[in-house]
Write a protein that binds this ligand. Structure first.
Ligand code: ADP
Ligand code: 5GP
Length: 205
């Protein structure tokens, strides 16, 4: 039977909810069979972050050139820095029949929803707003001023939940990972996704 094109999986949600933590846990588990798309950013690397592993770190000029060249599937400015998804990697991987996993903020997810509505959109939600605040402060990677900006942004980000197909609460990391994996399995079985393959098989293609 002809192979299904890969599924584009978009994990998004407010800053500090645990997207990076959940994504790293998913990819550290044996049997994960989707590919992580490494984003580009103009943000300075945090301690321990490696270029080409955590992000492709770029200057603003380099990033703006990429935008002009149409090299990004989506991009957004988030609390003073650019973030974006390289287009070529996503296209090549999906065409090869492999699923691609994006971990991005909500403006970027909204752009993908417009361009590729067949993608799978998962919103990672905090157990509460106060827990979200605690996580942002607890991570300890930003200055007080940036934390306050991220908290203010998070309130607007929570209101964008309606653009998503599924909502997963990140109460416990492993439970959130299990739910995400279950959603991906179910999504592959969705009738709209598989019927084209069966129909072309019936036509002898
Ligand atoms: P995001 O990528 O969404 O901005 P992070 O993955 O950096 O968020 O997580 C923010 C903080 O919350 C980190 O300090 C992380 O260790 C913590 N965290 C993530 N998930 C959980 C969870 N389920 N329970 C408690 N703390 C969590
Ligand atoms: P951080 O600075 O904490 O690494 O990331 C800030 C926000 O940008 C997070 O919500 C993160 O998920 C998001 N982000 C990371 N990569 C991308 C990307 O390629 N595109 C968009 N739109 N957001 C991204």
């Amino acid at each position: 039977m002809r192979k299904q094109k890969g599924l584009l999986i978009v994990l998004s949600g407010p800053s500090g909810v645990g997207k990076g933590t959940v994504r790293k846990e998913l990819f550290s588990q044996a049997g994960t069979n989707y590919e992580y798309s490494i984003s580009m950013t103009t943000r300075a690397p945090r301690e321990g972050e490696v270029d080409g592993v955590d992000y492709f770190f770029k200057s603003r000029v380099e990033f703006e050139e990429l935008i002009e060249q149409g090299g990004l599937l989506e991009h957004a400015e988030f609390v003073g820095n650019y973030y974006g998804t390289p287009l070529a990697y996503v296209n090549e991987t999906l065409e090869a029949g492999r699923d691609v996993f994006l971990e991005i903020e909500v403006q970027g997810a909204a752009q993908i929803r417009e361009k590729l509505p067949e993608a799978l959109f998962i919103f990672l939600a905090p157990p509460s707003l106060s827990e979200l605040q605690n996580r942002l402060i607890g991570r300890g990677t930003e200055t007080e001023d940036i934390i306050q900006k991220r908290i203010a942004t998070a309130r607007e980000e929570l209101e964008m939940m309606s653009l998503y197909d599924y909502v997963v609460e990140n109460d416990e990391i492993q439970k959130a990972c299990d739910k995400i994996n279950a959603i991906i399995v179910a999504e592959h079985c969705r009738r709209e996704r598989v019927e084209k393959i069966y129909l072309s098989m019936l036509r002898g293609e």
